[in-house]
Design a protein around this ligand. Structure first.
Ligand code: PLP
Length: 396
C-alpha cells in the first residue's frame, strides 16, 4: 500500500495548491446568471496581465492546450497559406503535424532535438521571401519534451530585420506564467497557454492571446472553424459569457491561481522558477549526467530532460521512482523515449520539494543501474539554494 504523498514531478499537470483546489469545490452555478460576469471578467483582465498584453485580448476555451493551437490557426489563416515552423521535439512536431493536417503549406526547419528555434535559419528564409508569401512564423517557446527554451524576442528581431509582415505564433503552454513572456513587447500575434502548467490548475482550459492584427486578419481568414470561432466568443465574452457551457469550477480555480501569481509577483515567479531549475541543473552535473538541452542558452526553467547513459533505459529510472518511492517523473517522448527522464519544475514548488525529487531521482537512478553517488546532486542543489536564497534576501 502506498502511504504519504505521491510526488508529482512531471511537467504538467502540475501540483495544485491547496487554496486553488479548495476554491474549485463550489456548487454548480448558472452560467447565464446576470452576475456571471463578476466571476469571469476579472479573469480576462488577469490573463492579459500574465500574457503582458494591453492591446490584445485573451480567449479561454474549454479544451486542453491543443485546442488553442487549432483556434490560433483556423481563425487567422487560409487553406494553403505558407507558414514557417521548426521541429525540435515532440510538441513542436505535433504543431507542425496539425498545421499540415489543416492544409497549410508548411516550411519546416528540422533541428537537432536539444536545440530550439533556429534564428539564423528563420532569418535566411524570411530574407529570401521577398514576395511575403509566408503568412505566419511559429515558435515553441518551451519545448517540454526536451527541456529547451527559445528566444521569442529574437524571432521578433529577425522578422523586423527582414521587414517581414508575417504573424508570429507562439506556443507558450509550458512557459506562459512561469518563464518571461511579453506578448505586446515581442509583437506576438497568437500566444497559446494551458491551465495545467504554470496556472496550477487541472487540464481543461486553454488560453489564447490574440493581437489586434490577428483579430483583423481573422475577419477574412477562410479556414473552416466552428467551436473555436473568435466571432462566437466575441459576441458574448465582453459581458463575461460563453457560446457554450464553460467549465465554471476551473474559473474559480483560475481566480485563485491568478491571485496567487499576483501576490507573489510575476517577475518573482520567473525568478523562483530559475532558482529551482538551476538547482536541478547543478544536481544533474554532480551526477555526471547531462541535459538534453545542448547549450545553456536553451536551458528551460520549467522542465529538465536528463539524458541517461546508453547502458541504461530511462524508463527503468521512471518506473523505479514510481514503484519504489511514490514519485512520477516525466517520460521521454518519441525520439528520446528511453534516453531521457524529465523533472518538471514548474508551478507551485519550493526548494524542499525539488530536493525531494532530486533525492528520489538519485535512488531511482541507482535502482536502474547507474552508480550515482547518493546525495551528490542533492548537496549541489542545497548549496545553490542556500547561496541564491541569501542573494535574493540581500536584494530585497
Ligand atoms: N505545447 C506544449 C509545449 C506542451 O507541453 C503541451 C503539453 O504538454 C502541448 C502543447 C499540448 O497541450 P495539451 O496537452 O494541454 O493539449
Amino acid at each position: 500500500m502506498k502511504t504519504g504523498f505521491t510526488h508529482l514531478f512531471i511537467p504538467g499537470p502540475t501540483n495544485i495548491p491547496e487554496d486553488v483546489r479548495q476554491s474549485m469545490n463550489v456548487p454548480m452555478q448558472d452560467m447565464r446568471a446576470p452576475d456571471f460576469g463578476d466571476l469571469t471578467k476579472p479573469l480576462f483582465a488577469g490573463l492579459k496581465r500574465v500574457f503582458k498584453t494591453k492591446t490584445g485580448r485573451v480567449f479561454m476555451y474549454p479544451s486542453s492546450g491543443t485546442g488553442a493551437w487549432e483556434a490560433a490557426i483556423t481563425n487567422t489563416l487560409n487553406p494553403g497559406d505558407k507558414v514557417l515552423m521548426s521541429r525540435f521535439g515532440q510538441f513542436s512536431h505535433l504543431w507542425v503535424d496539425m498545421a499540415e493536417r489543416l492544409g497549410l503549406d508548411v516550411h519546416v526547419i528540422e533541428c537537432e532535438w536539444g536545440t530550439g528555434v533556429p534564428l539564423e535559419e528563420y532569418a535566411k528564409v524570411l530574407e529570401a521571401d521577398k514576395a511575403h508569401k509566408i503568412k505566419a512564423v511559429f515558435a515553441t517557446q518551451n519545448e517540454t519534451a526536451t527541456g529547451v527554451s527559445s528566444d521569442i524576442a529574437g524571432v521578433r528581431r529577425v522578422l523586423d530585420a527582414a521587414g517581414h509582415p508575417a504573424m508570429l505564433f507562439v506556443d507558450g503552454v509550458s512557459s506562459i506564467g512561469s518563464i518571461d513572456f511579453r506578448m505586446d513587447e515581442w509583437g506576438v500575434d497568437l500566444a497559446v497557454a494551458g491551465s495545467q502548467k504554470g496556472f496550477m490548475l487541472p487540464a481543461g482550459l486553454s488560453m489564447l492571446g490574440v493581437s489586434q492584427r490577428a483579430l483583423e486578419d481573422s475577419k477574412t481568414a477562410t479556414m473552416k472553424r466552428c467551436y473555436f470561432d473568435f466571432v462566437d466568443m466575441m459576441k458574448v465574452n465582453d459581458d463575461g459569457y460563453f457560446p457554450y457551457t464553460p467549465p465554471t469550477q476551473l474559473f474559480h480555480g483560475l481566480k485563485t491561481s491568478l491571485a496567487r501569481i499576483e501576490r507573489e509577483g510575476l517577475e518573482n515567479v520567473f525568478a523562483r522558477h530559475y532558482r529551482l531549475a538551476e538547482g536541478v541543473r547543478r544536481a544533474v552535473s554532480a551526477w555526471g549526467l547531462r541535459l538534453c538541452a545542448a547549450e545553456p542558452k536553451w536551458h528551460s526553467d520549467t522542465v529538465s530532460a536528463i539524458v541517461v547513459p546508453e547502458s541504461i533505459d530511462a524508463r527503468e529510472v521512471i518506473s523505479a521512482g514510481y514503484r519504489n518511492y511514490n514519485i512520477s517523473f516525466g517520460t521521454g517522448l518519441s525520439k528520446v523515449m528511453g534516453k531521457v527522464f524529465r523533472i518538471g519544475h514548474l508551478g507551485d514548488l519550493n526548494e524542499g520539494m525539488c530536493l525531494t525529487a532530486l533525492s528520489l531521482a538519485e535512488m531511482s537512478l541507482r535502482d536502474a543501474g547507474y552508480e550515482v553517488e547518493l546525495g551528490s546532486g542533492v548537496a549541489a542543489a542545497q548549496g545553490w539554494y542556500r547561496e541564491s536564497h541569501e542573494a535574493a534576501q540581500l536584494r530585497q
